[in-house]
Write a protein that binds this ligand. Structure first.
Ligand code: FES
Length: 561
């Protein structure tokens, strides 16, 4: 017995709704089908890359579960922008933008067709947060299902991910490997369909969906090629019908405590910095007040315990073999760092789910340590503030050992200019590469700087050169890289007034990002600052730039007042 009000009844019952029913009949619905809750299986699907190429297939299994649970399922699509294909190009500007498009297209399809609930199937980086944003916004029964990670590739004894191809390009440009070696790495790096193999953004967001309570326990980590994906697909359909019956809605699950749990797991796993933007955006849609200070507070109390790439040695498929995200959560729960009382889409609490979960009886300490013997005593991501980032900035400390760096500024007004300077060998040890006008408005869309960061690391400068940007980083980025600097250059943030040779201090321990200039000089330069003309004046990117908020608010798009 379903406890929620079914919006499909108003659309498809009664004589006056005969025209609407006629369309359901024309796609094969019987009277019996029409009488049941109408469920959307939203597949973020595309053949344009390996990340989501199989989600339509998974949707057929989800539908089986929905039918088993007494619902009438229909598959509807949403878009995918495969980040790795846009990386380092104009295409990357569409990546974060696609998160909003995904949330908006789901809203449009669910409301336009009066669905009563949905299972959302994601994969590539922006699909998971876009789907979770739609779940929080629509607040109808919903379950998230991840499409799954790719398996790692091998080159000799070296375990490969897509990160290795980017760094191999940097190594090739620096004359450290041959063209043939680059070709071999390219051929072997991503050997199956599914998302990028490390704890990069896609896998991080899948883990977060689980930690938030919106996905079935254990469903984040099985590879896309695993038979357990099919099992989780069927069970996600059944779970959706169960939450409908129980009357559980996304905002009952995505509470402040659930976000605290998600941040805790993010910090313990050294996940992608992009998760900060996405969690802020999902919280905004859920009506939960979450700020950068919450991330800072939690990162100071939660240790980094999972050795996952890019900060560590293992990939998502390795984590899966030893117990997946529930293993990390169990260790955090036992240490009193996780809120076990938070409700999840199983209808049970986090604590109850972990008690029922069947963990494999295998050695796992090489991948996931105990909280008492962590890899680092603090979380994998820290928040920095200071004269260069008054609203905040983000640094991934899981992927670097350097806690303090002072150097001379080398500002560039685009990612491309910075990349060319690295190519020409103009970046030297002691430099802080500043890439600006790449924020939410300026980019627009905060493109990821993986090409630049990989070129720095590939050139062997990862320990001697820092990077500061109002853009974003790929989850695969490593080295001393500070991103999400807010306010961004396009709105006159202090990053806009950095000049060649200025001194910049990155102080992770004390959470500071400082432009080492007298206050009067900063004020004088800010007064004289002139905005650059926008990069786009028409089309999606121009629309997005006019509506998007600061990175410190998750770069959500807000209606104009
Ligand atoms: Fe899709 Fe990495 S590009 S997950």
């Amino acid at each position: 017995m379903v406890k929620i009000k079914l919006q499909s009844k108003d659309r498809y019952e009664g004589l006056l709704n005969a025209p609407h029913r006629a369309f359901l009949r024309s796609i094969g619905f019987s009277d019996d089908d029409i009488g049941k809750p109408l469920v959307a299986v939203v597949a973020a699907w595309s053949e344009a890359g390996p990340c989501n190429i199989h989600t339509l297939q998974l949707a057929t299994h989800v539908k089986e579960g929905v039918r088993r649970g007494g619902g009438s399922p229909l598959t509807v699509p949403t878009i995918v922008v495969n980040d790795n294909i846009g990386m380092g190009t104009e295409g990357m500007r569409y990546s974060l933008v696609s998160r909003e498009v995904i949330a908006d297209t789901i809203e449009a399809q669910i409301n336009a067709h009066a669905f009563d609930g949905f299972v959302g199937i994601g994969g590539c980086d922006k699909t998971t947060p876009g789907i979770l944003m739609a779940m929080a916004r629509l607040n109808i029964p919903a379950v998230y299902l991840y499409g799954g990670t790719a398996e790692p590739g091998f080159y000799g004894n070296l375990k490969l991910t897509i990160e290795d191809v980017h760094e191999a390009v940097g190594a090739y440009l620096a004359g450290k490997i041959t063209e043939d070696e680059l070709y071999e790495i390219e051929k072997r790096a991503h050997p199956t369909y599914g998302t990028c193999a490390g704890m990069f953004t896609a896998n991080t967001m899948a883990a977060i969906a689980e930690a938030l309570g919106m996905a079935l326990p254990g469903s984040a980590s099985p590879p896309a090629t695993s038979a357990r994906r099919v099992m989780y697909a069927v069970e996600s359909g059944v779970a959706l019908m169960n939450v409908m019956e129980l009357g559980i809605k996304p905002r009952d699950v995505m509470t402040y405590e659930a976000f605290e749990n998600a941040i805790t797991v993010l910090m313990a796993m050294g996940g992608s910095t992009n998760a900060i933007l996405h969690l802020l955006a999902i919280a905004y849609e859920a009506g939960v007040k979450l700020t950068l200070d919450d991330f800072d507070r939690i990162s100071r109390r939660v240790p980094y315990i999972a050795s996952l790439r890019p900060g560590g040695d293992y990939v998502m498929a390795d984590l899966d073999a030893v117990g997946g995200v529930p293993l990390v959560m169990l260790k955090l729960l036992k240490a009193g760092l996780l809120n076990g009382k938070a409700l999840t889409i199983t209808g049970k609490t986090v604590e109850e789910n972990l008690r029922d979960y069947r963990f494999p009886n295998v050695k796992h300490e090489h991948i996931v340590r105990d909280v008492s013997t962590p890899i680092k005593p603090w979380g994998g991501i820290r928040i920095l503030k200071g004269s260069l980032a008054p609203e905040g900035a983000v640094i991934k400390v899981a992927a670097t050992d350097i806690m303090r760096f002072e150097g001379r500024a080398r500002p560039f007004n685009s990612e491309e200019d910075a990349f060319q300077a690295i190519r020409r060998g103009e970046i030297r040890p002691g430099d802080v590469v500043v890439i600006r006008y790449e924020g939410p408005k300026g980019g627009p869309g905060m493109p990821e700087m993986l090409r630049v960061t990989a070129a720095i690391v590939g050139a062997g400068l990862g320990k001697d050169v820092a990077l500061v940007t109002d853009g974003r980083f790929s989850g695969a980025t490593r080295g001393l890289m500070v991103g999400h600097v807010a306010p961004e250059a396009a709105v006159g943030g202090p990053i806009a007034i950095v000049e060649d040779g200025d001194r910049i201090l990155i102080d992770v321990e004390n959470g500071r990002l400082e432009l080492l200039l007298p206050e009067e000089e900063i004020r004088r330069r800010l007064k004289n600052w002139q905005p650059l003309p926008p990069r786009y004046t028409r089309g999606l990117l121009a629309k997005y730039a006019s509506l998007v908020s600061s990175a410190s608010m998750g770069a959500v798009t807000l209606p104009r007042q």
